[in-house]
Design a protein around this ligand. Sequence first.
Ligand code: FCB
Length: 424
Amino acid sequence: MSHRFPDDFTFGVATSAYQVEGGIENDWSQWERLGRLKDKDARCGRGVEHWERFEADLSLVQELGAHAYRISLEWARIEPRYGEFDAVAIAGYRKRLEAMRARGIRPIVTLHHFTNPQWLHVQCGWHTPAVLEPWRRYAKVCAELLDGLGAAVITFNEPMVFGLGGYLHGVMPPGLKDAKSAAVVVENIARAHVIAREELLLRSKSVTCGIAQHLTVFAPERRWHPLDQALTRIAEENFNHALLRALTTGDLELRMPAVMKHKRRIDGARDSMEFLGVNYYTRAHLKFVARPPFIEFAFKDVNRRGLTDIGWEDYPEGFLQVLKEVKRYRLPVWVTENGIDDREGSRRPSFIYQHLRALLDARADGVDVRAYLHWSLLDNFEWLEAWGPRFGLYRVDFQTLERTPTTAVKYFRQVATSRQLEPP
Ligand code: FCB
């Protein structure tokens, strides 16, 4: 195995608007007030004030030796009321993106990272085709905002997590529990991806556009059990691959035997990505249960490395596995998220080392991996888990909001600048 990253390999970091910016009112803020987080009293509120501290935080990106920074645009900030766009917010994003460019940091911009304006659920919702109309308007505004910045665009972050979390398991807004609606959400996201790409292409001859797909390694809880085995295959097909197939071939097919089948041709979706974004964290063991949604998952410490603090398996072997699996799409692969909830800050350097080793193994195996964006630059608001987890390369004191480097900062910088992978 080579220990070297090629000169054009991109090292970067990632955040998303709602998790760090602060001062955003959207469907998650509403969800928090409804007491739907694990800690019913937790609020995102001021986030970690990334909106105000953007310039200082860019210095942290540079301190890491990173040359790319993935942020997201907050739809609710840009269009706080249905049909009303906020020029100040739009200019604010533009200014921040220009600041990145001025420092030689390439912007990678997500248009949709889980959150929606609250009005969206009143007007339409992702489970109705009506969503595509306001989406096109928003995408057009984003295309204008990004014009000339040379940003790469991730239209959607983890569409399957969003679709299943919000419309099947009901643990994210809007909290529906309906397999058919969840399937329609995935279809609409595929269509919305095409729409966003059209709007971007109206502004510029060439675009660099993809999605960030959450890829999980699945395994049967009871290795011998035919239903657990069948679920594993269903999860791999539907959760990991169906959407990627739709955006490369144009055909979407979602299928859960006896529950739901959804087959659609998505016009314009064929070959609609310049890169494939991979978010990788862990492996899940699946078990069949006799009530909807018929599936239970658990994280097991199979290799006795210790679960991460959020309770996920630390499984770098799975990273190699999923990277090899996406070779079939014949697209450049960008790792758009990978990271660890490490509240002491002691495990992160070796986590990064193990995962970058897997990445280099994948490259040696012919997978065209061109970027690694670590999740995350800063500790932040972790959705249902709110302020418990710490994914940041920089630790944030949630009282004073002071940022301090974890031990992984030095390590990341050393790898990113030397382009050599040595153990920490
Ligand atoms: C991913 C999300 C990201 C963050 C990490 C830990 O699923 O895309 O926002 O919450 O998990």
